[in-house]
Every structure is written in C-alpha cells, then in structure tokens.
Design a protein around this ligand. Structure first.
Ligand code: SAM
Length: 274
C-alpha cells in the first residue's frame, strides 16, 4: 500500500480527468472510502465485485479490508492501466474487467476468474445508471450476498422509504420485499471530485433468506409499475388491467386504498395472487 502514489498523483500521472458522460465523481479521500467499506462489511474471506472503480479510492479501501478478492468492472477504458497498478500492490487479490456493468453476467464473470459464485457488491454508482443497476441486481438471476451502494440522496431515500412516506414508491417496494435496507452514511456533494449537483448517501441492502421465485418477482415489477404509475388513483382503478377489485379481494386489500398506503408485504401478497 505504501508504495502506491496518492489517488491525485495517480490521476495526474495518467493524465486523467473526470468525464461527465460516465457519471464520474471521485472519492479521493481514503478516510471516506475506508468508512464506507467498514460500514458495508465485513467482507472477511469473501469476494467483492466493485462496479465503476474509476481511480480506485474505494478499491484501495476494499483491498485493505479482509476481502479475499476484489473484482472490478469499469466501463471507461482510460482507467484500466491505472487500476492494473493495484494488482502489483495486492498480488493475486485484484482483477479488473473493462465492461458495462449493465451487460455483465456476474455469475459467468466470477466463474471465469475461478471465484465462488457468492460475492458482495460495492459501488459508488454512476448516477445515470444507478437505478437500472440496482433493479438488475435485485431481480436478476444472480444474487449478491450484500450490496453497499452510493446513490444520489434522492434515490437512497426512495430505497429505504417506509409506507406512506412521500418517497415511498416502486423502488422502495421492490428493494424492501427482497432485501433488508438501511441508509448507513450521508455524504455532502463537496466530498466528491468534481462535486455533483446533489448530496449522496450509501445504502446497504442484504437479500432476505427467503427469496420469492422469479415469476413472483416479475409479477411484483408489473404490479408496482401499474400501482405507482398512477399513484394518485385508487388501487381498484390503477390495477384494473391486472384484475382490479377481484385481485384485491383475493388478498383482502381495500380497493379504495392507494399505492402509497400498501406495505411491501401486501404488494408481495398481490404478486403471489396475480
Ligand atoms: N469508484 C470511484 C470513486 O468512488 O472514486 C468512481 C465512482 S464514479 C461516481 C462512477 C464510476 O463508474 C466511474 O469510474 C465510471 O467510469 C464508471 N461507470 C460508469 N458507467 C458504468 C457502467 N455502465 N459500467 C461500469 N462502470 C461504469
């Protein structure tokens, strides 16, 4: 570790500047990245997939932890050479793949590296693809052991919002049906280089032991899209195309309620009944 240049020196040596199109806002203070890793862990003896390592501030903190292997997926080819230097500092514990995280098959990637199929996900997410990536990891075939993700504050609040809250919506229901979700850290915009326009927060999600099967997860996506697509309407109207009053009666939910009044557990019962 001591042989590595600072993150700023490293960026300078490689002539790298943040690119807006890749949603790049870097964390260059290792005290901050170490705290994220401490709160997101423990990762002892496990593999961690990091999405969007960029200059590697979070990556370095992960490599300092007890994680057995850190596999990074970075879309911006400019960073691959810089990141390869981490391999020399932490031999046999780090790999980096140039790819789009939205397209990566995580199970296949882990197998390709000879790693076990279970792994944690950690990312200071590019804001422009944060929500689609979360939906992919929550509903896709490969299930992470845990997810420690930096979002813009507004998205983080939506993930953890309780029923009835202004931020409660589709993302809250899908996240909370499938995971235990906590907001573990707030970060002001000035913590990033360059600073984004909004503040950020880190959310930790741990998949529940009992996972509904894929068909029910699909139903949950369909029902929440319909219910929150017209969130001011009563459920008997917003869910009309999916069975409306008949479906609601099956699970004993008042047809005059609105999406924002229905708990994640009740949405799951609707998805099971669909
Ligand atoms: N982890 C670094 C840090 O904390 O300083 C960088 C975080 S920056 C907010 C987001 C990173 O994700 C950038 O390195 C960017 O190039 C990368 N990125 C953007 N879109 C991506 C995608 N679709 N797949 C993989 N990486 C992506």
């Amino acid at each position: 570790m001591s042989t590595l240049p600072t993150l700023r020196e490293s960026l300078e040596a490689h002539g790298l500047m943040a690119k807006k199109s890749f949603g790049q806002h870097f964390l260059l203070d290792l005290n901050v990245t170490r705290k994220i890793v401490r709160l997101g862990g423990p990762f002892d003896g496990d593999t961690v997939i990091e999405v969007g390592p960029g200059p590697g501030g979070l990556t370095r903190a992960l490599l300092e932890s007890e994680a057995k292997y850190v596999l990074a997926v970075e879309k911006d080819s400019r960073f691959i050479e810089l990141l390869a230097e981490l391999d020399a500092a932490y031999p046999g514990r780090f790999g980096v793949v140039e790819n789009d995280a939205l397209k990566v098959d995580e199970a296949a990637l882990l197998a390709e590296y000879g790693l076990p199929p279970e792994a944690h996900l950690v990312s200071n997410l590019p804001y422009n693809v944060g929500t689609p990536l979360l939906i992919k990891w929550l509903t896709g075939p490969w299930q992470p052991k845990s997810l420690t993700l930096m979002f813009q504050l507004e998205v983080a609040l939506r993930v953890v919002a309780p029923v009835g809250d202004d931020d409660y919506g589709r993302l809250s229901v899908i996240s909370q049906v499938l995971c235990d979700c906590d907001k573990i850290m707030d970060l002001p915009a000035r913590a990033f280089t360059p600073p984004p326009k909004v503040d950020s927060a880190v959310v930790r999600l741990v998949p529940k032991a009992e996972r509904p099967d894929r068909k029910i997860i699909k139903n949950l996506e369909t029902i929440t899209a319909a219910a929150f697509g017209q969130r001011r309407k009563m459920l008997r109207a917003s869910l009309k195309g999916l069975g409306g009053e008949t479906l609601l009666a099956k699970v004993g939910i008042e047809p005059t309620l609105r999406a924002e009044n229905i708990s994640p557990a009740d949405f799951l019962r609707l998805a099971e009944a669909l």
